[in-house]
Design a protein around this ligand. Structure first.
Ligand SMILES: [Zn+2]
Length: 233
């Protein structure tokens, strides 16, 4: 069995032809989600991956995992209602120092500041089909950070999420940057899985802490999404 994991960031109700770095338009997001539903895809969780794909319920023919990086407010406002309608679950990887604040991660590429959801909002989302994972405390590239600081980045984000929301078992490497040392810290700190940005399906999963993901952005038309998932017609 192969499991695609999709990565989105911000979801905004952009007008036709309008684009913003880091965002996909709500229209295109809906096209993706409704197509997945129409093809019989159903969401599974990273917990289910960590427990082994052989234990998946038989009725799940086409599993996939939906992830949102950084924890933007727009995801709760615009994506969550669509997911609830389709009965899809997902996970949001949050940057704990930015909860309730603006970040400028896309500014260097010409993007706007983006507001991150607050703890209250994340708490509510976690009761509605979203789980919350860690994406470090300040969105540090862990491969270019001093080792003691990098370990604090990982551990602090996990501890804060546990304090506010009760649990935190999954991790996303900022910028997808990971090496053997970074991976070993994430394992030691106690995450069950970790996701990268290496493109590809998860088939024979060699490491639960190096899961592949397909990055989905404003240029990922429905046709491109279909091809990523192996639907050529
Ligand atoms: Zn990120």
């Amino acid at each position: 069995m192969k499991v695609p994991i999709l990565t989105y960031h911000s979801v905004l109700p952009l007008k036709k032809g309008e684009s913003q770095r880091g965002s996909i338009s709500l229209d295109l997001f809906k096209q993706h989600m409704f197509w997945l539903k129409s093809k019989g895809y159903s969401t599974i969780t990273l917990n289910q991956i960590s427990e082994g794909l052989q234990h998946l319920p038989k009725e799940i023919k086409r599993p996939f995992i939906l992830t949102f990086d950084d924890g933007y407010q727009s995801v709760l406002d615009h994506a969550l209602p669509v997911l609830k309608e389709l009965n899809f679950q997902s996970i949001i990887f949050i940057v704990t120092d930015y909860v309730g604040k603006n970040s400028y991660f896309f500014e260097r590429q010409g993007g706007p500041p983006y507001l991150h959801a607050s703890w209250e909002e994340l708490n509510e989302a976690s009761t509605q089909g979203f789980s919350i994972g860690a994406h470090t405390h300040t969105h540090a590239d862990l491969t270019r950070t001093e080792s003691d600081i990098a370990q604090v980045e990982i551990k602090k984000s996990k501890d804060l999420i546990i304090n506010h929301l009760g649990n935190c078992d999954h991790f996303a490497y900022p910028y997808g940057c990971v090496n053997g040392e970074v991976k070993s810290w994430v394992e030691e700190i106690g995450f069950k899985t970790a996701v990268t940005t290496a493109s590809g399906m998860n088939t024979n999963i060699a490491s639960l802490h190096l899961l592949n993901r397909f990055t989905i952005g404003s240029k990922t038309t429905l046709r491109r999404l279909k091809r990523k998932l192996g639907h050529w017609f």
